[in-house]
Design a protein around this ligand. Structure first.
Ligand code: G3I
Length: 455
């Protein structure tokens, strides 16, 4: 008797539950028919729903929902969203609804309208905005001597926007050193004189780099001690020549390989594992002997944010250099992509340098948008993604303590002159648009992203 009563009550409660079905969360799908002014938002059917509530926003956290699309009721499984601005990033999400219930929010779909936004980029000059900060830093550009002609577009942009220059290759050993003790100063002198005449800081790049060893030194047949003496002589002569004219030098570039070991270069082979410290010591001694006690010495390397083995080795090298009191800062090259490194990875890398009291130079920043060669034109999606990534980098840099800030240098002016498109070194088979100016010297959204990163 009791058993049949329990059975009866159970059966009743099951029936009650079936009448109050919970609404599943809908799945939003990629848009269709994207055009300059809108797109068709799509989502999957949810059982028992009678309608859907659609939100469209210009930010992915939905803090700025468009008034016409703020929980707009839609009875179909798609909605043609209209009245949007061209070339602009939007996001949408939906909830399912029946009479009494509203589901959770769906996933968020990102969509960029085609065409041009028609909104001009912010024409503010980079260094003007940076110099208004409580704790400014140098804004650097990689240059070539041939660009430094009075009145050229490069010259105008450099003087307006940049407070530091790095030679893209003309101050490297293979360009300056033609034989033992013989130097071709002409081109490098032109670069340094340009900086000095225009109140633009000159960052020296780079005294020792395995990819810029002159042929005579590669072929050097003397003993290892004689080889080391040649390197010492080169560093001493170059630092002396530019004492008081160059504010900082990358003393050694890329001494660590991608496995986290010392890179097996001619310098390691000929001079042994202490060669990095020796080079820094020689640079410091030369500067002091030439009366330049304020020369800043940097170790420069790439991919430390994503490669922790390499990061660990670079920072242990920096510990040794710090213990010897020969290093002032670290250069993070930052040849990045619109997807990588993540914000957290960059932040962790920079914070390690902060913890060690090092000055930080973001020394060769560029942001690829076509590393997979999956686009043939610079799309609005990638333009906006790149803008966001430049903004993120500048925000992270600007948030550093004043004592750790030094310079943030962009590795080239125009997209079409960057080392990245079709780079065999990078195995980058296609075109790319990694910089702040297009081929007509017009500022890109990446430039606006840089400016927004300072807000
Ligand atoms: O050597 C000749 C020179 O005598 C001649 O005047 C010139 C005329 O174009 O050609 C010279 O070759 C140059 C070469 O460097 C010399 O090493 C190339 O033109 C030049 O494009 C080349 O590439 C540079 C590369 O370093 C090697 O120095 C790139 O422009 C530069 O972007 C690249 O920069 C490096 C950083 O220094 C370190 N981090 C990685 C980054 C990319 O590789």
């Amino acid at each position: 008797m009791l058993a049949s009563l329990v059975f009866f009550l159970n059966a009743c409660s099951k029936d009650d539950n079936e009448t109050v079905e919970t609404l599943e969360t809908p799945v939003a799908n990629a848009p269709k028919d994207v055009n300059d002014h809108g797109f068709k938002a799509k989502w999957n059917y949810v059982s028992y729903s009678k309608s859907y509530l659609l939100d469209v926003s210009t930010d992915e956290n939905f803090t700025s929902i468009l008034p016409n699309y703020n929980a707009k009721t839609v009875t179909d499984l798609n909605e043609v969203v209209v009245g949007l601005t061209g070339g602009t990033q939007y996001y949408y999400r939906v909830r399912a609804k029946n009479e009494t219930q509203i589901s959770d929010y769906s996933n968020v779909i990102s969509v960029v309208t085609t065409g041009s936004s028609g909104i001009p980029e912010d024409p503010t000059f980079l260094k003007v905005k940076v110099n208004k900060l409580a704790n400014p830093f140098f804004v650097g550009m990689a240059i070539k001597a041939s660009q430094l002609i009075n009145g050229s577009p490069y010259d105008v942009i450099l003087k307006n926007e940049f407070s530091s220059i790095s030679a893209e290759y003309e101050m490297k050993m293979d360009q300056i050193s033609t034989a033992s003790g013989v130097y071709n100063w002409t081109v490098a002198d032109k670069i340094v004189a340009y900086g000095n005449a225009n109140n633009i800081n000159v960052h020296g790049h780079a005294l020792v780099w395995h990819n810029a060893v002159p042929q005579w030194l590669k072929d050097f047949s003397g003993t290892n001690a004689e080889f080391a003496a040649e390197v010492k002589k080169y560093i001493t002569d170059v630092v002396t020549h530019y004492a008081g004219k160059v504010k900082s030098w990358d003393v050694v570039n890329e001494a660590v390989d991608d496995s986290g070991a010392m890179r097996n270069t001619i310098f390691l082979q000929r001079m042994g594992p202490n060669y990095v410290k020796d080079c820094f010591q020689w640079a410091r001694n030369a500067a002091i002997a030439a009366g330049d006690a304020s020369l800043l010495l940097f170790y420069n390397d790439y991919a430390t944010s994503t490669n922790t083995a390499k990061q660990d080795k670079v920072f242990s090298l920096l510990d040794d250099l710090k213990a010897a009191k020969v290093v002032d800062g670290v250069g993070f090259q930052m040849h990045n992509t619109y997807l990588s490194p993540t914000k957290a990875q960059i932040e962790a890398d920079l914070n390690k340098a902060v913890a060690k009291g090092l000055k930080i130079h973001v020394s060769e920043l560029d942001i690829q948008v076509n590393q997979f060669n999956d686009i043939s034109t610079f799309t609005n999606e990638r333009r906006l993604a790149q803008k966001a990534k430049y903004k993120e980098m500048v925000q992270l840099y600007n948030a550093l303590p004043a004592a750790n800030k030094y310079a943030l240098t962009i590795w080239g002016m125009r997209d079409n002159e960057s080392w990245i498109p079709f780079s065999t070194e990078l195995n980058h088979p296609g075109n790319d648009w990694p910089l702040l100016y297009d081929s007509n010297f017009a500022v890109k959204s990446s430039h606006t992203g840089f400016l927004e990163g300072l807000d």
